[in-house]
Design a binder for this molecule. Structure first.
Ligand code: 9UX
Length: 74
């Protein structure tokens, strides 16, 4: 099943940060590559992933490892 996530990021301050988050996400198996939208002004990321291959916690951990705090937006 494809799930959609909306994540709020902190520490996203420039276009280079955005590319860094996007390339981190693009490396995760199970993420739908064309679904990734990282918005600098809103400081958020929306994306879709295959829940059988990837969990929201793994996605958040990958973003944390890239150096950005992250939380789910309900
Ligand atoms: Mo530019 Mo974004 O140094 O951290 S990459 S602000």
């Amino acid at each position: 099943n494809i799930c959609k996530a909306n994540l709020s990021l902190s520490g996203l301050t420039c276009a280079s940060c955005v590319r860094s988050v996007e390339s981190t996400l693009n490396r995760l198996p199970g993420l739908v590559p064309s679904s990734i939208k990282v918005n600098l002004l809103m400081s958020n990321a929306v994306l879709e992933f295959e829940e059988n291959q990837l969990s929201i916690d793994q996605i958040k951990q990958a973003i944390l490892d890239a150096g950005f705090d992250v939380e789910d937006v309900k």
